[in-house]
Design a protein around this ligand. Structure first.
Ligand code: DGY
Length: 323
């Protein structure tokens, strides 16, 4: 059995305590439990001696970083998305990259469903109304809309997309979806495959659950918004850059879009004075879809398992496919 204590593993930010303890017992760990990011100078010093990197997702992993880490053998990131990592550059150096699919599906789907419900029922607006002491007065935001018998268009029917569809079916929504490939089990899922344009034309609510890549970047642009139903609503839990923010702002302003709810934005973080936040028909949460205690612990532990497997030269439990 490999003596893993010979390996230095570094973290780019604070990790969950359960993961810190497990990793610290197994390897020579240079961890950062103070919160926030490791200061740049300190991180560069660590990179110079790192055998493995536990990425908390808050850094760009590119040629520049890899050049600072001549011994790096393994990278594992505590997230399912890895658009901050240059996978081809890692492949070129034979560095396997791990991520955390599966364990966050329900948490992310729950937040997406919550945003769909908020988009329909104006929960945040209503709460603001109550807080401002105006309960007895006319609500300035009008009536809500039903989910029952409305069409939900799921863009990206992977594990998370289908978990969102499951939840939406509990509200009696009809489900259409668009994917690169049609799913063989879509009848069992109760979802109908449509082209992207058909989805835009049919959906009352659109939920975006695709990964960010060169094909999906900016796929919700001016043209896409123009093809949507008047008064459609959009929910984004994937990555902010899938939507052209300016085009969405215009669509919200004109009423083409009745509402947008998003856990991810472009730019991210969204500045408090961003013009999107001046609109009444927008709900934004701060990229927190996977942020439950149970899910973040599971993501961190899977990241540790990915690192340990990688250092032992074994396939990771969740390894990103080489490009
Ligand atoms: C992920 O895992 O990619 C999520 O966006 C984190 O919340």
């Amino acid at each position: 059995m490999t003596n893993l204590k010979q390996y230095t593993v570094i973290a780019s930010g604070k990790m969950r305590d359960v993961a810190f303890e497990k990793l610290d017992a197994a390897v020579n760990l240079l961890g950062w439990q103070k919160g926030g990011r490791v200061p740049a100078e300190q991180f560069d010093e660590w990179l110079a001696k790192a055998d493995a990197l536990f990425s908390t997702g808050n850094i760009k992993i590119n040629e520049e970083l890899l050049a600072k880490a001549p011994n790096l053998k393994v990278i594992a990131q505590a997230s399912v998305g890895y658009d901050n990592i240059d996978i081809a550059a890692c492949n070129a150096r034979n560095i396997p990259v791990g991520n955390t699919p599966g364990v966050l599906v329900d948490a992310v789907a729950d937040l997406a469903y919550a945003l769909i419900l908020d988009s329909a029922r104006k929960i945040v607006l209503a709460y603001d109304h109550v807080k401002s002491g105006k309960w007895g007065e006319n609500k300035p935001f009008g009536l809500a809309t039903d989910l029952a018998h409305k069409t939900l268009g799921v863009v990206g029917m992977g594990d998370i997309g289908s978990a969102i569809a499951e939840r939406a079916k509990a509200s009696k929504m009809k489900i259409v979806y668009h994917n690169r490939n049609r799913r063989a089990d879509d009848e069992a899922l109760g979802a109908t495959y449509v082209t992207f344009d058909e989805l835009l034309a049919q959906a009352d609510f659109i939920v975006i659950a695709v990964t960010l890549n060169p094909t999906t970047k900016g796929m919700f642009n001016k043209e896409a918004f123009a093809k949507m139903k008047d008064g459609a609503r959009i929910v984004n839990i994937s990555r902010g850059a899938v939507i052209d923010t300016e085009a969405m702002y215009e669509a919200l302003l004109s009423g083409k879009l009745a509402h947008a709810a998003m856990d991810v934005t472009d730019p991210e973080p969204l500045p408090g004075d961003h013009k999107l936040l001046s609109l009444p028909n927008v709900t934004v949460t701060p990229h927190m879809a996977s942020a439950t205690t149970e899910t973040r612990d599971a993501m961190a532990l899977l990241t540790v398992d990915n690192i340990l497997a990688g250092l032992e030269g074994k396939p990771m439990p969740a390894q990103v496919k080489a490009k």
